[in-house]
Design a protein around this ligand. Structure first.
Ligand code: PEP
Ligand code: MG
Length: 535
C-alpha cells in the first residue's frame, strides 16, 4: 500500500476502483514508441482492454454496416487473442506483440489461393489498426477501455478528453497536473466525480489495473490499499451517500433573505443531461450553460439547427426556469480542433471567447441565431464571456440585433426581449462595471477567470494554485465592487464561478450582497442548505 498526496483540493468525495492509466503514445509507422514495461501481466491486461474496446466499437458500427460483422467475428476469435498473448509471454510489450501478430496473420491470409479469402488480409489490418489505436491512445477514444467503476489516471487531461469520457462509468479522476478551477475539474465536479489534480510526477508510479482509493477531500490517492483501509473508506462513502440524500431534501425549500428578497441557487451545466440532473437536484434554473462543450463534442461546427435543437432541449429541461446560454468560450484551455487558432505564448491572455466571436462572425451569427430560435422553447437568456469594455458589449448587441432582423425577415419566431448579460471575469470589466450595467440586463461573476487575471496566476498551473485563490482580498474586493455596480443600476448580478459552489464561502458571498448563485449541478442542495443556515 502506498499513499500519494497533493495540497490542491479540487473536489470532494471518495472513489474506490481500478486504475485506468490513459495511454497517449502514438504508433509511428514502422516502429513502436511504447516502451516495454517488463511485466507480462500488465501488458496482457493492457492488450485485453484494447481488445475489449475494439470489440465494443466494432459491435456499435456493425449495426450500421454489415461489413463489420466479419470484423466482429475476427476480433472475438480466441486465435487472435492467443497469438498476441503468446508473443507477450515471450517477452514482447503489448504493442510490439500486436505488431508481430499482425504481420504473421496478414502473411497467412495473403498466402491463400482463394482471392476472396486473400482479400480478408485488409480486414485483418483494419482490426489490428483499431487494436493498436486503442492500445496507444491513437485515433480512437482513449477512454474506450474504461470499465464501470474505473478511476482514470493521467498526467494531464484536457476538456476535450473529458467531453469524451463516460461519467456513468468513471468513478474518479487522478491527474498529475492542473489546478482546481481548470475546466476538467469543473466538469468532473459537476458530475459529482471525485477528482485529484496536481499530484505531480508520482502519477507515473500508479500501475494500470491496480486497485486505488481516491480521497478527493484529503487530496490523497492510496494505491493497493489493505483490507482495513478499504473498510474505512467504504464506510465513509456510505456516509456521503446519506448526506447527498439530505442535501436533495434541502434543495426543495424556497430561500429568502432578511428583507424578503428571493435567493436563487441555479446550476452550471455543459450538456442537456447535466441540465436535467441539475433540475432534479433542485436547481432554480441554469446560471451558466457552457455552450462550447457542444462544439467540442463534434468533428465540425454544429449547424445552426443542431445548436437550436440542443439549446431548446436544455430550455425545455429547465421547465420555465431560466437557461443562461453563454456564447462560445473557446481558446485558453479549450481549443477547438476544427477552428484554427494561432499558437500563442499566453492563450489565456490571447484570442478567446468574445474576441473570437466578434472576429469569426459567421460562427457567431449561427450561434446567436440558434439561441434566438431556441428562445421560444423556454426562459432563455444569453451571456457574453470575457468582456473587457463597453465597446465589445455594444458590438455584440448590434450584431445580435442584426441576427434578429434577419430572423424577422425569414419569419422565424423568437423572444424579442431575450435578456442579454455580461460575464464579469476580467479586472477591466470590474473597473467599467457601471458602464456595462447601464447597457445590459444582468451580470454573472466568473470567479475562475477573474481570480486568475486579478492574481496573475494561471488557473491550470498547479505550481501557482495557492495564489489562484478567490478568497484573496483583491478578488473579494472585485466581487463587492461588481455587486455594488449592479445594485446601483438595478440589474441582477449572479456568480457562476466555482467560488459560488464553495460552501465555506457562502456566508461571505451573502454578506457581499450576492443573491443569485450558480453552482456545480452536484452541489445545488448543499449550497441551498448552507444558504438556509446563514440567512
Ligand atoms: C469563470 O471564469 O468563472 C467561468 C464561470 O467561466 P469558465 O470557468 O468556463 O471560464
Ligand atoms: Mg471564464
Amino acid at each position: 500500500m502506498r499513499r500519494f498526496a497533493t495540497h490542491i483540493r479540487a473536489s470532494e468525495g471518495i472513489a474506490i476502483g481500478r486504475a485506468y492509466v490513459v495511454r497517449r503514445e502514438r504508433c509511428v509507422e514502422g516502429e513502436t514508441q511504447v516502451q516495454w514495461q517488463g511485466n507480462a501481466a500488465t501488458e496482457c491486461a493492457r492488450f485485453r482492454d484494447a481488445l475489449m474496446a475494439s470489440e465494443l466499437q466494432i459491435e456499435a458500427i456493425s449495426r450500421e454496416e454489415e461489413i463489420f460483422a466479419a470484423h466482429l467475428e475476427m476480433v472475438r476469435d480466441d486465435a487472435l487473442r492467443e497469438i498476441v498473448e503468446g508473443h507477450i509471454d515471450e517477452g514482447l510489450s503489448a504493442i510490439a506483440a500486436v505488431e508481430v501478430s499482425e504481420t504473421e496473420m496478414v502473411a497467412v491470409f495473403e498466402a491463400i489461393d482463394d482471392e476472396y479469402l486473400r482479400e480478408r488480409a485488409m480486414d485483418v489490418r483494419d482490426i489490428f489498426a483499431r487494436i493498436k489505436a486503442n492500445l496507444t491512445g491513437g485515433v480512437c477514444n482513449p477512454f474506450d477501455g474504461v470499465r464501470a467503476g474505473d478511476i482514470v489516471v493521467d498526467t494531464l487531461l484536457l476538456p476535450s478528453d473529458v467531453a469524451m469520457m463516460d461519467f456513468a462509468k468513471v468513478a474518479g479522476v487522478v491527474m498529475g497536473e492542473g489546478g482546481a478551477t481548470s475546466h476538467v475539474c469543473i466538469i468532473a465536479r459537476s458530475r459529482s466525480c471525485p477528482i485529484i489534480v496536481g499530484l505531480g510526477d508520482v502519477v507515473a508510479q500508479i500501475p494500470h489495473g491496480v486497485q486505488i482509493v481516491v480521497d478527493a477531500s484529503a487530496g490523497e490517492v492510496i494505491v493497493e490499499p489493505d483490507e482495513a483501509t478499504l473498510g474505512e473508506y467504504r464506510a465513509r462513502m456510505e456516509a456521503q451517500c446519506q448526506q447527498r440524500d439530505r442535501d436533495r431534501e434541502a434543495a426543495r425549500v424556497e430561500l429568502r433573505d432578511a428583507e424578503g428578497r428571493k435567493i436563487t441557487v441555479r446550476a452550471n451545466a455543459g450538456s442537456v443531461e447535466e441540465v436535467r440532473m441539475a433540475i432534479e437536484n433542485g436547481a432554480d434554473g441554469v446560471g451558466l450553460f457552457r455552450s462550447e462543450f457542444l462544439y467540442m463534442l463534434t468533428d465540425a461546427e454544429p449547424s445552426e439547427i443542431e445548436q437550436a435543437e440542443h439549446y431548446a432541449a436544455a430550455a425545455a429541461a429547465c421547465d420555465g426556469r431560466p437557461l443562461t446560454i453563454r456564447t462560445l468560450d473557446v481558446g485558453g484551455d479549450k481549443p477547438l480542433p476544427y477552428m484554427p487558432m494561432p499558437k500563442e505564448e499566453n492563450p489565456f491572455l490571447g484570442w478567446r471567447a468574445i474576441r473570437v466571436s466578434l472576429e469569426v462572425r459567421d460562427v457567431f451569427a449561427r450561434q446567436l441565431r440558434a439561441i434566438l430560435r431556441a428562445s421560444v422553447a423556454g426562459n432563455v437568456r444569453v451571456m457574453l464571456p470575457m468582456v473587457t469594455s463597453v465597446e465589445e458589449l455594444r458590438e455584440a448587441k448590434a450584431f445580435l440585433e442584426q441576427c434578429k432582423q434577419e430572423l424577422r425577415a425569414e419569419g422565424v419566431a423568437f423572444d424579442e426581449h431575450l435578456p442579454l448579460g455580461v460575464m464579469i471575469e476580467t479586472p477591466a470589466a470590474v473597473f467599467v462595471a457601471r458602464s456595462l450595467a447601464a447597457e445590459c440586463d444582468f451580470f454573472s461573476i466568473g470567479t475562475n477567470d477573474l481570480t486568475q487575471y486579478v492574481m496573475a496566476a494561471d488557473r491550470t498551473n498547479a505550481k501557482v494554485a495557492s495564489l489562484c485563490n478567490p478568497r484573496s482580498e483583491a478578488v473579494v474586493e472585485a466581487i463587492r465592487r461588481t455587486l455594488e455596480a449592479a445594485a446601483e443600476a438595478g440589474i441582477e448580478c449572479g456568480m457562476c464561478g466555482e467560488f459560488a459552489s464553495d460552501e465555506e464561502a457562502t456566508a461571505l458571498l451573502l454578506d457581499c450582497g450576492l443573491r443569485s448563485f450558480s453552482v456545480g449541478a452536484g452541489v445545488v442542495g448543499r449550497i441551498k442548505r448552507r444558504v438556509a443556515e446563514v440567512v
